[in-house]
Design a protein around this ligand. Structure first.
Ligand code: VAH
Length: 316
């Protein structure tokens, strides 16, 4: 069976639903520190679980005979800057608990998400290569980079089958993200449809790598289904789809909502964005396990406007 930790988060929710569709609902155990969306809660087994509680994780792994874990719990970049030690403890302790379960032969396979936040101001910004300078300047980025080193170490030293992706900013409408620097690219759709205007906390020209949720989920399923010998990178794979600035995204939205206006009032998150790449070279993922993205800016924008529009109507 499969355990998802952090199943009620932005990615966890849709990943759980997808894995239940593939493997059957009773094969996929969702867990989180709090309850989540109704659709998720009603679609299969759920356990309240704190990702730093090693004993409780072990109990759940035993109870359901878990063989595969997706560790989706983490504190994201903006929130982590406000609570560095808490972020470090959550992001690192949870990973060690899972790595050690695999090392001890309790589970067979792990998915752990990394992020483009592992890169820093000294990294080449455009088409950032798989292997390059990595000097992250955020707490979140430091925790993800450290996590990558430990994943590779556990693979080399103990043969732990760990698979990882450096997600870009993930855009979706089903579950809101919490505390990330890329969250503006989701807020903008909600505000555009609700008020016809949006004030961006990133500057007009802050270009960042992004991806629509369906692509992120497909990549996750694909890397986990690939034969072990195709996974040549055991730290984490670069993954890319779209890159844009707030200004470019606003222009795209205007094609659908002609009266939409955007203002810029950058806060501390602008500095975080400036430390990250603008675009990513993901050829290793494309060559090693056949990654392909489907959503470009145009398709992502129309899908988001439709999805957020529907949600707003339902909640009206
Ligand atoms: C954040 N969305 O903004 C996350 C992320 C690409 C960055 O991992 O913190």
């Amino acid at each position: 069976r499969i355990l998802i930790i952090g199943a009620c988060g932005q990615i966890g929710t849709e990943l759980t639903l997808k894995l239940r569709e593939i493997h059957g609902k009773d094969q996929v155990i969702a867990s989180d520190i709090r309850e989540g969306a109704e659709e998720l809660m009603q679609s299969g087994p759920f356990e309240i679980l704190n990702a730093t509680d090693e004993i409780h994780i072990k109990e759940i792994v035993d109870k359901y005979e878990i063989k595969e874990v997706y560790l989706m719990a983490a504190m994201l970049s903006a929130t982590a800057e406000k609570a560095p030690m808490k972020a470090w403890d959550l992001n690192m302790d949870s990973l060690f608990h899972i790595l050690n379960l695999a090392k001890d032969g309790k589970i067979d396979k792990i998915f752990w998400p990394s992020s483009i936040a592992v890169f820093g101001p000294t990294t080449p910004k455009d088409q950032t290569p798989q292997t390059t300078v990595m000097e992250p300047t955020t707490v979140y980025g430091i925790s993800k980079q450290t996590g990558e080193r430990w994943c590779e170490y556990y693979f080399n030293k103990f043969g732990v089958d760990i698979r990882s992706i450096r997600y870009p900013g993930i855009i979706s409408y089903k579950t809101l993200p919490g505390g990330g620097t890329t969250d503006y690219a989701i807020e903008i759709f909600h505000e555009a449809l609700r008020n016809g205007e949006y004030t961006s906390f990133l500057d007009r020209d802050a270009a960042l790598p992004m991806m629509y949720m369906d692509d992120a989920i497909n990549a996750t399923v694909k890397i986990m289904e690939a034969p072990a010998d195709e996974i040549k990178v055991r730290s984490s794979y670069n993954l890319a789809a779209i890159s844009f600035t707030p200004e470019i995204l606003a222009e795209e939205i205007k094609k659908h909502l002609a009266d939409f206006t955007i203002k810029y009032d950058p806060d501390f998150r602008q500095k975080i964005a400036e430390s990250w790449p603008s675009s990513i070279d993901d050829n290793a993922a494309r060559n090693d396990w056949g990654w392909e993205h489907e959503f470009d800016l145009d398709k992502m924008t129309s899908t988001m406007l439709e999805g957020v529009g529907k949600t707003l109507k339902e909640n009206a």
